[in-house]
Design a binder for this molecule. Structure first.
Ligand code: R1P
Ligand code: URA
Length: 302
């Protein structure tokens, strides 16, 4: 493939470098997940017409675009961690006209006793990042982990997710609160690994003190919320609004960090299908304030 621009590489037919979508292949409503299997399961919930468009990029970003109850929607599996969220958000934003809604449907560990199989709907997220400088000889005055300030989700999106998930699972299985986006599944989520020096033995105490309303630990939400809050109106036809991405997320609890229980993976497909349908219901209820990407020539055109 030939790319035209080192600043933001694109093919001559308008595909981005890593996610590899071009205009008309990604809808304004996007559900992003970590696991390809979750995305493929959810793609089965899309309408039969038009046929679902599927695309796997050379960097393993998997996209399924179609309609849910007639509303155009994309489901994109990106893998794990902050860097992949950055590729996803920037490259998708570059090829979609109009305001967007991005919802992450992930998995997480719970901190406040939300049981395995429950759902978290975070209204905000912080990052906990390993402080690499702390692990050098000259680390005076440094902490081993950096905690960022919170980034908010869109309150309307939080409300839609809460509403749809509560209808399916009941209020007592859907928990709100602050999410922690760690840059490791292990060290910055307070997991002990005797093969490495991590200085994370008192991380949970620090979280209790500094983040008393934290309910969950995962690896993508802070960066997703942060980028949505930093998004601009550049791709909009009508440049009246500042932020162009409405954002929210929900995660299934796979690990209860208090009781140390981990999910039985045989139960995951069923949970993902029920939860995935609720997320699709929520995202299709999102009301954009401006005109969306044209159907003409898109993969969701009827
Ligand atoms: C770690 O197992 C992965 O699971 C969670 C974390 O954020 C991390 O990506 O989310 P996903 O199940 O969506 O990948
Ligand atoms: N995903 C995470 O990032 N952490 C967990 O404990 C479970 C799922």
């Amino acid at each position: 493939m030939v790319f035209s621009n080192a600043n933001f590489p694109m093919t001559s037919d308008g595909r981005t470098y890593h996610v590899e979508l071009k205009r008309g292949e990604c809808a304004n409503r996007v559900i992003t997940v970590g696991d390809h299997a979750r995305a493929k399961r959810m793609a089965k919930l899309l309408d039969a017409e038009p046929p679902v468009f599927e695309y796997m990029s050379h960097r393993n970003f998997y996209t399924a675009t179609g309609r849910y109850n007639g509303v155009p929607v994309s489901i994109i599996a990106i893998g794990m961690g902050n860097a992949l969220v950055d590729f996803f958000v920037r490259e998708v934003r570059a090829v979609v006209d109009g305001p967007m809604c991005m919802i992450r449907f992930g998995s997480c560990g719970s901190l406040k006793g939300a049981n395995v199989g429950n759902f978290i709907v975070p209204d905000s997220a912080v990052g906990i990042l390993r402080n690499y400088d702390y692990f050098t000889p000259d680390n005076d005055g440094l902490q081993p982990y950096i905690i960022t300030k919170p980034a908010p989700a869109d309150p309307d999106v939080v409300e839609l997710l809460n509403d749809e998930l509560s209808k399916v699972f009941g209020d007592d299985r859907v928990h709100k609160g602050l999410n922690i986006n760690a840059d490791s599944f292990y060290s910055s989520q307070g997991r002990v690994d005797e093969n490495f020096i991590d200085h994370n033995e008192d991380l949970f105490d620090r979280i209790d003190k500094e983040l008393p309303n934290a309910v969950s630990l995962e690896m993508e939400n802070f960066i997703l919320y942060h980028l949505a809050n930093c998004s601009t109106t550049a791709p909009l036809a009508n440049k009246s609004a500042k932020k162009s991405i409405s954002v929210g997320s929900t995660m299934m609890v796979f690990a209860d960090r208090l009781s140390n229980e981990f999910i039985n993976h045989d139960t995951v497909p069923g949970l993902e299908m029920k939860g995935g349908r609720a997320v699709l219901e929520a995202i299709t209820r999102w009301v954009p304030e401006e005109q969306l990407h044209s159907d003409t020539g898109s993969v969701w055109e009827l």
